[in-house]
Design a binder for this molecule. Structure first.
Ligand code: ATP
Ligand code: MG
Length: 468
């Protein structure tokens, strides 16, 4: 969401300068103001913050009066978005303006969390200490005065940052009971930074893990997706398992533990070990569907495990896996488009081995699958996480490179109008006939319209009712 006016390199610098200018302006109007949260943590770590948050004693109304353009996205929580000036992509609704805007939030404390995910009430405050106390972890509770560079640390966040520790602000059991999502955030930050989770914080998560179901499925899905795509997915999933959240959220993945595989194909170990190896190989950045496809590609193995006379077998694991993956996507409220792609990845992951024997038309249809680069990437990771044999992968790449685009995806030789002209009545069989023509075309057996018309004449009678 970077405006076309600002290059990718300029953008972070501009957003940072803009956040600082907001702090300055608020102070010029007599308010307290600081940078806060993840951006302070990241600046101290020398990392590029994903976004900037400002916290202030000014009320949302005051913030909206001071800045010419604002969006009251979360006014009930005291949150106002201030977009970068002249950023055309700051949408009027403010909905998609986050990447180009600074979040300005009024100091507040959150009161009562009867649903385990949202405060019942909030109270604005004049004291930054109260605002910090409502935040989740000490490393996310630092305030920065960008004018002097002074860090205001009211919660021991600097020590935890130096020691690499994730620790709740205040009593962990109380803080996780308030908002169960924080348990997933703890795992995500620990994985991202390679930190440990402080023992009290860790055991509170272990005790409260069964309550994670109070969090909306969308938020669970989004947290898991971040863990999968942020670059440390293996670490995140090992931690999820350690704290008992994996069993709650994805028991199908936990079930992979200890499921042995035939050593000649899988010298690496059991299905869980293999899946974690794939997670370790995910690219960064990574498409969410590829990450979930990698996580779920062998999900059908535990229920199909069988010790046959010759070796361990998982007959039908792909079909079973597709069903299970569908249930998981449904449970986590994935969009239809994402679900379709994740299921396609699971369904097709074993087909690369057949590539050298595929008919040309089958091969072309195979590599024309939407997002084929994700299928390729998954297959490569699958091989590299097991036997290491990349011959099917290389065969597919070479054959793909040898097929010109117009041969791969040729213009149709005939259309439905031609079928009507041939005396066929429109209906579901049209698709079947046109697919058969395309197959012949992809096999290189039909070169032009006349040949296609002749093919239809010979193989498909105009009146299907008479074809018995
Ligand atoms: P990221 O780098 O992933 O953006 P972040 O720490 O900036 O990490 P945000 O979700 O952007 O996380 O939230 C900004 C700040 O708001 C956090 O640093 C933290 O202080 C506070 N915060 C966010 N979510 C919660 C929560 N569920 N409970 C308490 N405080 C939270
Ligand atoms: Mg952030």
């Amino acid at each position: 969401m970077i405006s076309s006016e600002h290059s990718r390199e300029q953008h972070p610098r501009m957003l940072k300068d803009f956040a600082i200018s907001i702090v300055r302006t608020l102070r010029e109007h007599g308010h307290q103001a600081y940078l806060v949260g993840g951006c302070v943590r990241d600046l101290l770590l020398g990392r590029e913050p994903a976004d900037y948050d400002v916290t202030t004693s000014a009320s949302p109304n005051e913030v909206m009066q001071i800045f010419p353009e604002t969006y009251a996205v979360g006014a009930q929580f005291g949150v106002v978005l201030v977009p970068l000036p002249a950023s055309p992509q700051a949408a009027p609704s403010g909905q998609s303006a986050h990447g180009n805007a600074v979040e300005v939030a009024t100091f507040r404390s959150d009161i009562g969390y009867s649903d385990g995910r949202h405060p019942d009430q909030i109270r604005f405050s004049g004291d930054p200490a109260e605002d910090v106390a409502r935040r989740d972890f000490t490393i996310n509770g630092l305030l920065l005065d960008p004018m002097t560079g002074e860090v205001l640390d009211l919660v021991g966040g600097r020590d935890d940052l130096n020691a690499g520790v994730i620790r709740t602000i205040g009593d962990p059991a109380r803080r996780f009971s308030e908002d169960k999502l924080r348990m997933l955030r703890a795992v995500r930050f620990a994985a991202r930074f390679g930190y440990t989770i402080e023992p009290g914080t860790f055991s509170a998560i272990q005790s409260l893990a069964p309550m994670i179901h109070q969090v909306s499925r969308e938020r669970v899905r989004d947290e898991l997706t971040k863990m999968l795509t942020e670059g440390h997915a293996r670490r995140a999933f090992l931690l999820l398992d350690d704290v008992g959240l994996l069993r709650e959220l994805l028991p199908e993945i936990e079930a992979m533990k200890g499921v042995e595989q035939p050593p000649q194909f899988h010298p690496e170990g059991d299905v869980f070990v293999h899946t974690l190896m794939l997670l370790d190989k995910l690219p960064h950045p990574c498409a969410a569907t590829l990450a979930w496809g990698a996580l779920l590609h062998d999900v059908g193995k535990p229920p199909t495990f069988r010790v046959a006379p010759d070796r361990i077998r998982f007959d039908g694991h792909v079909a079973v896996g597709v069903k299970m993956a569908e249930e998981i996507c449904r449970r986590l409220h994935f969009s239809n488009a994402d679900t379709a792609q994740i299921l396609a990845l699971v369904e097709n992951h074993m087909r690369f081995a057949d590539a050298p024997r595929m008919k040309d038309s089958t091969f072309k249809r195979f590599i024309r699958m939407p997002g084929f680069e994700q299928h390729l990437a998954l297959h490569r990771m699958d091989c590299e996480s097991s036997h290491g044999d990349l011959s099917s992968y290389n065969f597919t790449l070479q054959k793909m490179a040898s097929i010109p685009p117009e041969v791969m995806r040729p213009a149709p030789l005939i259309t439905g109008d031609d079928l009507i002209a041939l005396g066929h009545s429109p209906g579901p069989r049209f698709k079947e006939v046109l697919a058969a023509v395309e197959d012949e075309q992809l096999e290189g057996r039909l070169a032009d319209r006349e040949q296609a018309v002749e093919f239809v004449r010979c193989h498909f009678s105009a009146n299907p009712a008479s074809r018995k």
